[in-house]
Structures are given as structure tokens and as C-alpha cells.
Design a protein around this ligand. Sequence first.
Ligand code: PGA
Length: 242
Amino acid sequence: MGARTRYAAGNWKMHGGCSELSELGQISQAAAGLSVRSVICLPATLIDRARYSGVMVGGQDCHPESNGAFTGEISAAMLKDAGAEYVILGHSERRVLHDESDALVKEKMVAAWSEGLTAILCVGESRDQYLAGETQTILRTQIESSLAEGANSNNTLIAYEPVWAIGTGLTPSASEVQQVHFFLRNLLPDPDISILYGGSVKPGNAAQIFALPDVDGGLVGGASLAAAEFVPIMQVLEGVKT
Ligand code: PGA
């Protein structure tokens, strides 16, 4: 596991304005003393303003084309231009609320790479699929159909986010998380691709999750909005595997 990079990644979703940028200053200060990488995926309006905050910044989605008549969309080239280094792709809120298919997510991934962005590819099963014991089948399909050819540890992270764990306070058991991450790792073309867990990660449960051998960090939604919650999560990640 030595070669894998550990990440504390935040996803602000559709939250935050200029007055919240001070949170990034505190995150940056804390990150400076740690070996884990901290990345915050911001609303597009904040990316440029955050570029000199000292925190690595990402977008939350991109269009497969680099420009064109696509009202309301944002391209990988634009994210890069604004200062992003990462982009979340295939988040379940995009897959469910915007009907994004695996094929579309794959096109977006290629677009992200062509601009030098690192893709954070999200996969995860719904509650019904979890209850039906279909988790591995669903994840295999998502990886096989949305991970573009050429994925490696420099251009891609995977985030396993059970849809039923996002924003609900529920999480799978530690052994379920480990089992899924081990399963995912064996599907990936490069064993050094980092696999993050996402879904209700909080300061109080981070240690148990991050200590698992195939978990390389977290993709954190709600608890990334305030430095007072996110910094302890970064510190837990730093502490569990040194
Ligand atoms: P949550 O969101 O931490 O608020 O559950 C995680 C995510 O959707 O990336």
C-alpha cells in the first residue's frame, strides 16, 4: 500500500459564497503540516477565488466538450483555467438528478484528463441495490462502463460512495467498506489508484473507516463545509497510517 496517496477530499456541493472562503485558509494552514493531500471541490463560482488559498481545488462536474453552445455548463478547460486541479465525476447526485450514464461519465473523464485534471470518479449502489445484495455487481458495471482506458494513479481517484450513506448519517460497517474497497481495487488497472470512502464521514467515525487497509482517505460532503469539522478529519487520516 506504500505507493498510494492518501486524500482528504471535500465536496461543498451547492454550498458556499465568498464569506465561506475563510474556512479554506484554516484548512490550508492545517494541511501544510500534513503528508496527506487535502483537496476541496468547490462550486464553480469560488474556484478562481480559492486558487491562492493554499488548498488544492477541484470542480464538481465538467462537460465532455471543451466549449460550445451548452448553456449553463462548464468545461474541464474552464475549470483548469480557473485554477482547479481535480474534478469530481459521476457523483450520485449527478447520476440520479441529471440522469448521467456511465458512458457520459467516461467521456467527461477523458475530457478532464485532456486538460490535466485528476478525475475523482464516484461509484456506489443505491439502498435497494444494497439490500438486494447487488453492491458488487453494480460497482463492477460502473467501473467497467465509466472508467476510461488509461486510468492510473496520476490521473484518477475512485470514491466509493454508497448512495444511501450520503447525507444520511448512515454508513456501512467497517468490514463492508473494507470488502468493497478490496473488491474495487481488484477491478482497477493500476493498484496504486487511491480509493476514497464517501458517505457521512465525520470526525467521530473517520478513524474507524480510514484505518481499513484498502481505504486511502475520504470524500467528505457536509463535514467539509467547516474547517472545525474537516481539519480533524484530515488529522485523523494523517494519524491512522503513518
Ligand atoms: P456527505 O456527502 O459526507 O454529506 O454524506 C458525501 C458526498 O456526497 O460526497
